[in-house]
Design a protein around this ligand. Structure first.
Ligand SMILES: NC(=O)CC[C@H](N)C(=O)O
Length: 391
């Protein structure tokens, strides 16, 4: 019996494309799932991670061993559903202890139809992913008393083609344009700010939804922006017709390279010198629109403890990260100035255009989950809109 779990368990298997098999037990839906297996080093924030649309087609293992200990609540989601393709953990604690908890993690995973496995050696799994790189995998759930087939699990793992070349932004995006109205303090007392503290809107921001996280939109509305969210494939002309003060390019899943519609739109905004801010996939799209290339990283950055240096202030910040692709800094043209680098591996974390009011960040300044050290980038975007005269 795995530790910290009592009662009958249903056996499950995690298979990696390299042939490794892990045996554990199911804590979610029945059936099977496939995807790219990645590890995340955040110690809290499993709800935000599961509902981050950027995890679409990825199965996440968390290096922190106890996952589920504070349960699930309706406030901490980053989108309307679980996007991760599966969850892989060490221990599911018996008690979900938090005054906000309304459901256990296991109940939630079942309700969301997410296949998940517990009771496996996540430390060993992480070492494999770190040494060999992120790879395709599958979770196959058996039935009570019946182990699932290892060869079937392996076949499923090898059937996932990997994320390179996959355009998932247009899959997870919103279907139609809407105005986002929640603020950071909309959740009310107990969250540090008063519910009526929302400032009157001063700027109109059109936000591309490539799989946007809610806290990004909250951080914009909380800084006095009216935020219109548009589907991923909205043309630059349609966005300009909304008369924005600034345009925001969101995070999102998959490979940025096939997102030709978004790259084309970003080029237009930069040509027209519209204030532009990109986060994560949005940063990669700005890189491609500027003429740089992107590459697939070995195991990516997924965690809430990544040191990044701001090259202007020389400050080192602890940041939240979730990406498996990156802009190759060697391909950045002369009109792009590097502003941030990762102190883990020296990879590019941010750049600004020198010829148009546009800048971007590879990590997650909205910090959901994670530290708020990089929140000043939202203020920088407001500053760009203030400084740019609307035509
Ligand atoms: N969080 C994101 O926006 C991720 C961007 C991209 N899908 C990547 O993996 O690099």
């Amino acid at each position: 019996m795995p530790p910290f779990f009592s009662g009958p368990t249903v056996p499950a298997i995690l298979a990696l494309a390299d042939g490794t098999i892990f045996k554990g037990f199911s804590i979610g839906a029945a059936g099977h799932t496939t995807g790219e297996v990645v590890f995340n080093t955040s110690m809290t924030g499993y709800q935000e991670i599961l509902t981050d649309p950027s995890y679409s087609r990825q199965m996440v293992t968390l290096t922190y061993p106890h996952i589920g200990n504070y349960g699930i609540n309706p406030e901490d989601v980053e989108s309307s559903k679980v996007h991760a393709a599966g969850l892989i953990i060490r221990d599911l604690p018996l008690v979900a202890s938090n005054f906000r908890s309304t459901q256990t993690l296991s109940e939630y995973l079942k309700a969301e139809n997410i296949v998940a496995i517990a009771g496996i050696d996540t430390r060993k799994l992480t070492r494999i992913l770190r040494e060999k790189g992120a790879q395709s995998g599958a979770i196959l759930v058996g039935t009570q008393g019946n182990e699932p087939s290892e060869s079937q699990a392996l076949d499923l793992a090898r059937s996932f083609p990997g994320l390179s070349g996959m355009d998932l932004a247009k899959v997870v995006t919103v279907q139609s344009t809407y105005e986002f109205t929640e603020t950071e303090w909309a959740l009310g007392e107990g969250y540090g700010k008063l519910a009526d503290a929302s400032p009157a809107a001063q700027f109109h921001v059109v936000a591309y939804d490539f799989g946007v996280k809610r806290n990004i939109l909250r951080m914009l509305t909380s800084r006095g922006c009216k935020v219109t969210v548009v589907p991923a494939q909205t043309s630059a002309a349609d966005v300009l017709a909304l008369n924005p003060d600034g345009v925001f390019l969101s995070n999102g899943p998959g490979d940025p390279q096939p997102c030709d519609y978004a790259i084309a739109a970003a080029k237009v905004f930069m040509e027209k010198k519209i204030p532009l801010f990109g986060i994560c996939l949005g940063h990669q799209i700005m890189g491609l629109a500027s003429g740089a290339t992107t590459l697939k990283m070995k195991f990516g950055h997924h965690g809430a403890n990544h040191p990044v240096q701001d090259l202007d202030s020389k400050k080192v910040m602890i940041t939240s990260q979730n990406h498996g692709f990156a802009v190759d800094p060697n391909t950045l043209p002369a009109n792009c100035r590097v502003t941030h680098v990762s102190l883990f591996d020296g990879s590019l974390q941010g750049f600004a255009r020198t010829d148009t009011p546009a800048f971007c960040f590879q990590g997650h300044p909205e910090a959901s989950p994670g530290p708020t050290d990089v929140a000043y980038l939202f203020d920088r975007f407001i500053g760009l809109m203030e400084a740019t005269e609307k035509k």
